[in-house]
Design a protein around this ligand. Sequence first.
Ligand code: CP
Length: 312
Amino acid sequence: MEQLSVNHLLGIKDLNDADIQLIFSTADQFKEVLNRPIKKVPSLRDITIANLFFENSTRTKLSFELAEKRLSADVINFSAAQSSVKKGETLLDTVNNILAMKVDIIVMRHPNPGSALFLSQNVNACIVNAGDGTHEHPTQALLDAYSIKEKLGDLRGRKIAIVGDILHSRVALSNIYALKKLGAEVKLCGPKSLIPKHIESLGVSLSTDLIKTLKWCDAVNMLRVQNERMDLNYFPSNREYAQLYGLNAKKLESLKKDIIILHPGPINRGVEITSDVADSKNAIILDQVENGVAIRMAVIYLLAAKLNISSK
Ligand code: CP
C-alpha cells in the first residue's frame, strides 16, 4: 500500500506532491463509498479518535466526525467550552488525560498557531490539525483543491485567485501551499491592510483590483472577513468592503466568462459574497462541504495505516 510521507497532518507545507495525489486518489474511492446506499466501510474498526475543538466550528467538526464514523472508528468529541479547560487545565494535561483512555488519533482545532505541532512533539498520538489560529487549515485546502480539480481537471497552469482577508486566514496559507504544489498560479487580492507583508515570497502575485483579478482567474476562493480576529479597523465599513471586494452578480456578469466560485464558510452574506452568487450554479460551496467528508476519510485512513492498526 502506498503511504504518506508524514505521520501527522500538521500543515500542507509538510506534504509533497505525491502525498496530495495519494490523498486525492484515496478520496476518490471514499467518495464512491459515500454515494452507495450503505455509506460505511469497516476499515478503522479498531481505532479510537478524539475530536478536540477549542474554537467554534460547524463544517470541520461535523465533517471529521462523520468521516471517522463512515470508517467505523470509535469517536469521542471534546468541546473546550464544556470542559475542565475552563477550570484551568493545560492543553498537555487535557490531551494526556484523553490519551490515557487509549485514543489513537487526535483531531484538534485550536486558536494558537503552532498548537498542532506542539502536540505532535509532546504526546504519543497521531495529530491532525483541524485549524490552528491564523496558521494552517490543511484539510480545508485539500478539499478546496480537490473540488477545483473535479471541475477543471489537472490544476497545473490553472489560475486561482484567493480574495479578501488573507491576513487572518489559515485557509489562505494552506491553499497557497496546496495550489502551488499542484502547479497552479495563485493571485491574492484584497485591501492592502489585509494582505500580509512579504507573502509574495511564497510565489504568489498580488492585486488590489478585484475585477482585474476575476478576469484573470479560472476559479476564485472568496474568504470570510474574520471579524473575530480583528483588533483594529482594517477597512472603513462592511459596506465599503462589499463595494470593493465583495462578489456580486453584476461584477460576475461584467467578466463575460464563467469562473468557479468557492467559499470555505461560514459566509457573511452581503459582505464578501452576495446570496445570489453564493447560491448560483457557478458556486461550488456545497460541493466543497460534500468533498470534505471524503477528503477527511482519506486523511484519517492514510494516517491510521501509518499507525499499523488499520484492519483494512
Ligand atoms: N471552513 C471551516 O473551517 O468552517 P468551520 O469553522 O465551520 O469548521
